[in-house]
Design a binder for this molecule. Structure first.
Ligand code: ADE
Ligand code: ZN
Length: 328
């Protein structure tokens, strides 16, 4: 079985976090910005832990200053995803980085990203949809502005709203206004939780923000009652095992709970998060799931069904994507 050739769907991908290091290095050189401190000798991104990773991520993002930069980034990222068999992807976009939360500037960035995604759909056969994310450690007031910008651009392309950043900053209820605003605009909801804080924080996030999906969510495994709740309510986890192992949430693939969560009936999906930062690709995630937990072609087909069901795109788009998953 060639795992890289299997069609794949990905729901949890940060656009800036997917930027190849060479792309960011070249853009920095074009703009005469010295970013040498964020790269290791061999050219990869360099950081010491999750909190340093967030700083390096923001430094890399600082050279993406125009809608055109984001259009080029979108093409580069989608070409890479398509090369690993990804046919549908949802990506996190942050008005914080795209025009400083100014709604008019955000609309221009979004238009450029969307146009690039449409070109990639024609050329590379991959469909992209967007999820606006507020950045938790930027605080609740900025999250409100972000939600307003997201609400104004909600539609059949910008389909969701979520929250990333430092999970230890603030409490979920601090962000309820932003999530309510997004929900009222028709956006579907997801939030990062259960990566750096435990099951209690996943529970608090569900209660305060009422998301349909949780980014990571894996530390729910620490509380069997919560695992039951996720399974019964069909709360989908956007699991990024390679990210978790590289960042040290778990010491090894064998110790990762994705297979136990799946066995417990929790709808789990698989994504790369910030692939070049974590030295991964969707092919590698599949390879490691096969090697460590014996997931076979049938398991990956089931994964595709769950993932497409959990996608935030329209039913028409789902029907079209489902056709590409059928053997020809
Ligand atoms: N932003 C980019 N990657 C992230 C992650 N894994 N957790 C939280 N915020 C992020
Ligand atoms: Zn993430």
């Amino acid at each position: 079985m060639s795992l890289s050739a299997l069609p794949k769907l990905e729901l949890h991908l940060h656009l800036e976090g997917a930027a190849p290091p060479a792309f960011i290095r070249d853009l920095a050189a074009e703009k005469h910005v010295d970013l040498s401190g964020i790269f290791a000798e061999g050219g990869a991104y360099s950081y010491t832990d999750f909190w340093h990773f967030l700083k390096v991520y923001e430094a890399a993002t600082s050279v993406l200053t125009t809608p055109e930069d984001y259009a080029r980034l979108t093409r580069a990222v989608l070409a890479e995803s398509a090369a690993h068999g990804v046919v549908y992807s949802e990506t996190f976009l942050s008005p914080d980085f795209c025009g400083g939360r100014d709604p008019a500037a955000w609309a221009e960035y979004l238009a450029a990203i969307r146009e690039a995604a449409e070109a990639a759909e024609r050329d590379d056969g991959i469909t992209l949809r967007g999820i606006v994310t507020c950045i938790r450690h930027f605080g609740p007031d900025k999250a409100k502005e972000t939600a307003v910008a997201a609400a104004e651009t909600a539609g059949d392309w910008l389909v969701g709203f979520g929250m990333a950043g430092d999970e230890r900053a603030g409490e979920p209820a601090d962000f309820a206004w932003a999530f309510d605003c997004a929900r009222e605009a028709g956006l579907r909801l997801t939030t990062h939780a259960g990566e750096w804080r435990g099951a209690e924080h996943v529970r608090a996030s569900l209660d305060a923000l009422r998301p349909e999906r949780v980014g990571h969510g894996v530390r729910a495994i620490e509380d069997p009652a919560l695992v039951d709740r996720l399974a019964e309510d069909g709360i989908v986890l956007e699991v990024c095992p390679g990210s978790n192992v590289t960042l040290g949430v778990y010491p090894s693939w064998q110790a990762h709970p994705i297979d136990r969560l799946r066995e417990s009936g929790v709808p789990v999906t698989v994504s790369t998060d910030d692939p070049p930062f974590f030295h991964t690709t969707m092919s590698r995630e599949y390879e490691m799931l096969n090697r460590n937990f014996g997931w076979d072609e049938e398991a990956f087909k089931e994964l595709n069904r769950i993932t497409l069901d959990a996608a935030f795109c329209t039913p028409e788009t789902k029907t079209r994507i489902a056709k590409t998953l059928e053997p020809s």
